[in-house]
Design a protein around this ligand. Structure first.
Ligand code: FAD
Ligand code: UDP
Length: 378
């Protein structure tokens, strides 16, 4: 172990913060942790407003994971409530549970038709399975084909076009598979065994994660400002976008961004739950009502409308990598360039160019740390 070894971690979202903590705590490295934003927690950043409502600046963040290791790690820095996310989509003016499930079916169709469709679904699929809508569309049976087209058109087609600028068939299949049709009555958005909202908020959780004598934090600091010192670090862990690191020399990786517009109202509640999706109506995809997450009581409420838009450098932030064959090839070409610098490691949603949830960002940092552990200890 060497307390004198210095490493640089770029980005203080969950990926960077986890890596900084592990390096500081487990191998006694001195870590310089930078982020060009003026705040911690990356896109999970939250803050309390003047009414005591916790606002998720970049859109709703719900923590959920299958990984006990990730859950135990983050739980060292905060408690979680037992919030289980339930979303509805407005379908022809009716609130329908999403993912679309057997309850949604009953809300969308008259009882005799719903009975018939449910019977056919249960003949075709085992109870409890989850079917991505694009697979569901492959059903040949007339009734099931009708239902698949209904779910596709009412839930996925327009939402996906707004979100990605492409319809489901032209969007990476893994994207719509995140919200599969459920052959069950489970109306939770996530089925992971561990889920909740950190009672302290995400920003405070990350602040505690990086609170360690070996970690020096510099916010408002872009990598470009420390690049000239890069050789003085034994390793660089970079959770920004890999194309930017290489100054876009092979081309630009495509991303989607969003505009989140807040509205405050002088009454206690605006809608029935934290998130209501609007697949077909309006230009926004969903409305978030933040006070539900921590059950914050006050006479006011704040909602956020989420408007997807193209990512444009200097104008907005990178929110979603847009997976495609060409983007994958470009990403791979950048990682090939990175091979020339063995002390340089990419991680996180931007560094790995992967549609990570928060738990994936933490798990990826842990995995990279484990891979390098031997080298770091020597
Ligand atoms: P980020 O949080 O993006 O952090 C990267 C950091 O690096 C940023 O702070 C950035 O400023 C900094 N940076 C980049 N380049 C540089 C540079 N050159 N110099 C200095 N700093 C730099 N996940 C869930 O698990 N549950 C959810 O409910 C959920 N909802 C989401 C909703 C929306 C609208 C979005 C966009 C994402 C959502 N996510 C959710 C995903 C979650 O935000 C990410 O998984 C997580 O933030 C990834 O962490 P990260 O550290 O990889 O990246
Ligand atoms: N989706 C949809 N309609 C919905 C919910 C989701 O079409 O009501 C599709 C859409 O393509 C979206 C994807 O499923 O981008 C993944 O949804 P998720 O809620 O996981 O997206 P995120 O929270 O990451 O923005």
């Amino acid at each position: 172990m060497s307390a004198s070894k210095r490493v640089l971690v770029v980005g203080c979202g969950f990926a960077g913060a986890t890596m900084a903590r592990l390096l500081a705590e487990q191998v006694d490295y001195r870590v310089l942790l930078i982020d060009r934003r003026s705040h911690l927690a990356g896109n999970a950043y939250d803050y309390r407003d003047q009414n005591g409502i916790t606002i998720h600046k970049y859109g709703s963040h719900i923590f959920h994971t299958k990984s006990r290791r990730v859950w135990q790690f983050i739980s060292r820095f905060t408690n979680f409530n037992t919030y289980q996310h339930r979303v509805v989509a407005m379908v022809d003016g009716i609130e329908v549970p999403v993912p679309f499930n057997l309850e949604s079916l009953r809300l969308c169709f008259p009882p005799t038709l719903a009975d018939r469709l449910e019977r056919q679904l249960l003949e075709r699929f085992d109870y409890g399975v989850q079917v991505p809508v694009l697979d569901f569309m492959q059903c040949q049976d007339t009734d099931l084909r009708f239902l698949a087209q209904f779910v596709h058109d009412k839930i996925f087609r327009d939402y996906t076009s707004k979100q990605w600028g492409t319809p489901p068939e032209k969007t990476d299949a893994a994207v719509t598979a995140r919200v599969p049709v459920r052959i069950s009555r489970d109306s939770r958005y996530f089925t992971d065994p561990y889920q909740g909202i950190p009672s302290l908020g995400y920003t405070e959780t990350v602040r505690r994660m990086i609170e360690h004598p070996n970690i020096e934090l510099r916010l408002g600091t872009d990598y470009a400002e420390v690049r000239s010192e890069a050789n003085s670090f034994s390793h660089i862990f970079y959770s920004g976008s890999i194309d930017e690191y290489f100054n876009y020399q092979l081309g630009e990786l495509p991303y989607r961004s969003e505009r989140i517009e807040l509205e405050e109202y002088a009454f206690p509640y605006y809608q029935s739950r934290a998130v209501v999706n609007f697949p077909s109506d309006y230009d926004f995809t969903r409305i978030h009502e933040y006070k539900y997450y921590l059950n914050e009581q006050c006479p006011y409420t704040v909602i956020a409308k989420e408007y997807p838009e193209a990512f444009c450098r200097g104008k907005n932030e990178r929110f979603y990598p847009i997976a495609s064959e060409s983007a994958g090839a470009l990403y791979k070409a950048y990682t090939d360039l990175a091979q020339a610098s063995p002390q340089l490691h990419f991680l996180g949603r931007l560094g790995d160019y992967r549609y990570y949830n928060m738990d994936d960002a933490i798990a990826r940092a842990m995995q990279l740390f484990d891979e390098l552990n031997h080298e770091l200890m020597s």
